[in-house]
Design a binder for this molecule. Structure first.
Ligand code: S3P
Length: 198
């Protein structure tokens, strides 16, 4: 996965908000963490949000891949999901440990917040978690359009099963945003609003 995963349905519209929309105050937040299922737009919304807020954006999957010098697909194939989950947890803990005075926007992979140890870490660190959601059929459609290897995507039935299993975990996030039919910039604006930054 190189760079943010652009979602075709969520094109960055020209004429979007300029830097003048950047909130003047950051309200003491250390990080905003985007959670949700595959295809929710966590990376593309995170990139737009970081740009609007003037905060660096970090994708946890990118950190894992850089540390391992392997793609997510290779980690799953060579080492299995349990090993990936351990790497994911260690990466999240190190990211949180690095948070300082200047805030960040973070996107975590679809399974991260569904793991109780990660949810506890995020909650314990007092970070703002935002659940980006959409109907499962739309999430699946978005994933199919993207050139991203997702070892756990499967077919629609498997995708739906996993989504329904995880959704109660995602709902524990501090905020909920329905992304159905919305473009990246609109979702980023709604995140800012939900954080009270505008
Ligand atoms: C996963 C989602 C992926 C990636 C890995 C596992 C999951 O991230 O972390 O393939 O368990 O749902 P995205 O949600 O960014 O696709």
């Amino acid at each position: 996965m190189d760079g943010p995963r652009d979602l075709p349905y969520m094109s960055n519209r020209p004429g979007g908000p300029s830097d003048s929309s950047k909130p003047a105050s950051v309200s003491g937040l250390r990080a905003v963490v985007l959670v949700g299922f595959m295809g929710a737009g966590k990376s593309s919304v995170g990139t737009a949000l970081g740009r609007r807020l003037g905060w660096p954006f970090e994708d946890l999957d990118e950190r894992i891949q850089a540390g391992e010098r392997r793609s997510i697909e290779e980690i799953f194939r060579q080492s299995g999901e349990a090993a990936f989950r351990r790497l994911e947890h260690v990466a999240l803990a190190s990211l949180i440990a690095e948070l300082g005075a200047s805030p960040r926007v973070v996107a975590v992979g679809g399974g991260a917040f569904a793991q109780a140890n990660n949810a506890r870490l995020l909650e314990g660190a007092g970070l703002s978690t935002i659940f980006l959601d959409a109907p499962v059929e739309e999430l699946f459609r978005r994933c199919r359009r993207q050139q991203v290897d997702r070892p756990l995507r499967g077919d629609l039935a498997e995708f739906r099963r996993l989504y329904e299993m995880r959704r109660p975990c995602y709902l524990k996030a501090r905020s909920y945003i329905d992304t159905a039919g919305k473009d990246v910039e609109r979702v980023a604006a709604e995140v800012i609003e939900s954080l009270g930054l505008r």
